[in-house]
Design a protein around this ligand. Structure first.
Ligand SMILES: O=C(O)Cc1cc(O)ccc1O
Ligand SMILES: [Fe+2]
Length: 471
């Protein structure tokens, strides 16, 4: 797939690299040299540290940045609870429905009436932000800019934002990010930002990671490149406003609830910063997709963009996986995903196009599905019929399409909103997808039926079973 080439408006300048130590100054000389916290930082700025990991986290995990700003982040009034009755994104305080059903949702509606903060609806989750465990999955749909003088942060986790519709202009303390169709971004815990909508309503999905941070997946035998390449991740450069005489509201999401404080200066006053803890974005069109060039359908882990590992290596609290346009060439292969049950839970969404495992029409852009721990799933009957009879020439699939998956080792509960209030759950998901599957088994004539007997016959060494391309 050709790499997307967006031209970037001047206001948005980026520095490239995932996990890179970045430094940036909007005014030359604003970054102290050699020091982090001189007695008097340059130009009368305050030095402030923003820690995304414990001070003592091992070096390879340690994430922090030094900010040089006009006033420190602490210069605000005490927080007061806000909309406490109506606003709750904490999966432990809302009743979660733990159900083994396969679930699928119709496309979520755009909502012109709400701003970014009030657009966040938890659909499913596991764990607890107060214990820094687990994750929350959100649908967002907003149609209004945040108030001109309001900034937001989540103390609960890192936001991985998967945009499905529209454009997000995100002014963060560390600089500006313009997130466009087919781009994703990550806003780390605590980073303050304001979202405006230059092209009208927006919609998408969010994974909030209550524990740890995203990293790039290991490449193993693939080698040192491919999948999402580090150089394609873009962090903002420092950009600041000078405003110490305007009332601002600072709104925090803390344990799933909103709290607001007042301050008389802009939070976007960081003149320079350096470090490893910053927001970033990534264009999914740059993903270098790998696949089988011989036979069989590989595990979808080969499509991982970002992963957040549990304490057990290889087992993710959250994998962000995409299904980009790609060539399928497998010989004698059922090419769509196999039927399966997974110890991991799989939440899927569709940014655009048609997902190649669900060609029956029920999985639509802006919709979603959840196949929880051990909930059986796989191609719908329409897809099975097509794929098991298709001529196996090289074929480009998912052209113009982008499905994705949030995969987690945790069993995820579905919120009251997700199961009922949103009114998008498809009652006929199973009836449309798998119940129409027909048995094709034909008992071979003249062959003995073993049924547990200790017959010695087998296929090992039977030349007629060897695939034609190896014989
Ligand atoms: O269930 C799904 O559609 C996601 C998925 C895709 C794939 O190619 C292999 C396994 C898998 O869970
Ligand atoms: Fe699956």
């Amino acid at each position: 797939m050709p790499v997307t080439q967006f031209s970037t408006p001047e206001k948005y300048t980026y520095q490239n690299g995932f996990g890179s130590y970045h430094e940036t100054e909007a005014v030359e000389g604003a970054l102290p040299i050699g020091h982090n916290s001189p007695q008097k930082p340059p130009y009368g700025l305050y030095a402030e540290k923003l820690s995304g990991t414990a001070f003592t986290a091992p070096r390879h995990e340690n994430l922090q940045s030094w900010l040089y700003r006009i006033l420190p982040a602490s210069a605000h009034s005490p927080f007061a609870p806000r909309e406490t009755e109506s606003y709750d994104t904490n999966p432990t305080t809302e009743k979660l429905h733990q159900i083994p059903n396969q679930l699928r949702w119709d496309p979520f509606d755009l909502d012109e009436k709400v701003d970014w903060i009030h657009s966040l609806k938890v659909i499913a989750g596991a764990g607890d932000p107060t214990m820094k465990t687990g994750l929350g999955m959100y649908i967002f749909a907003a149609g209004k800019d945040m108030d001109e003088h309001e900034a937001f942060y989540s103390a609960d986790g890192d936001f991985l934002i998967v945009l499905q519709h529209g454009v997000l202009d995100i002014q963060t303390e560390l600089g500006r990010l313009l997130v466009r169709p087919m781009e994703i971004c990550v806003i780390p815990r605590g980073v303050r930002y304001r979202v405006t909508l230059p092209e009208g309503p927006v919609r998408g999905y969010i994974l909030e990671l209550y524990q740890g941070h995203f990293i790039l997946p290991e490449l193993g035998p693939i080698g040192s490149n491919c999948l999402a390449n580090a150089r394609d991740f873009q962090a903002p450069v420092a950009s600041f406003d000078e405003d110490t005489n305007t009332p601002w509201t600072l709104t925090a999401k803390f344990a799933g609830h909103l709290h607001s404080a007042k301050q008389n200066h802009t939070p976007f006053d960081v003149v320079a910063w350096h470090g490893l803890y910053y927001p970033y974005k990534y264009d999914l069109g740059r993903y270098n997709t790998m696949g089988s060039v011989s036979f069989d359908h590989p595990d979808p882990s080969i499509y991982t963009v970002l992963t957040a590992q549990s304490d057990h290596p290889g087992t993710a609290i959250a994998d962000f996986v995409i299904f980009p346009p790609r060539w399928l060439v497998g010989e004698d292969t059922f090419r769509p995903p196999w039927y399966h049950r997974n110890t991991m839970s799989e939440f899927m969404g569709l940014i655009q196009g048609v997902y190649d495992a669900k060609t029956g029409g029920g999985f639509q852009p802006a919709g979603a599905s959840l196949h929880n721990v051990m909930s059986a799933h796989g191609p719908d009957a329409t897809t099975h019929e097509k794929a098991s009879n298709a001529e196996l020439k090289p074929m480009k699939v998912a052209e113009g399409s982008m499905a994705f998956m949030f995969e987690s080792c945790l069993m995820v509960g579905v919120t009251e909103w997700g199961l009922k209030k949103c009114k998008k759950v498809q009652e006929d998901y199973n009836a449309e997808s798998w119940e129409p599957l027909k048995p094709h088994f034909k008992r071979p004539e003249g062959k003995p039926i073993r049924n547990g007997s200790s017959g010695a016959e087998g296929t090992i060494g039977d030349k007629s079973q060897v695939p034609h391309w190896t014989s």
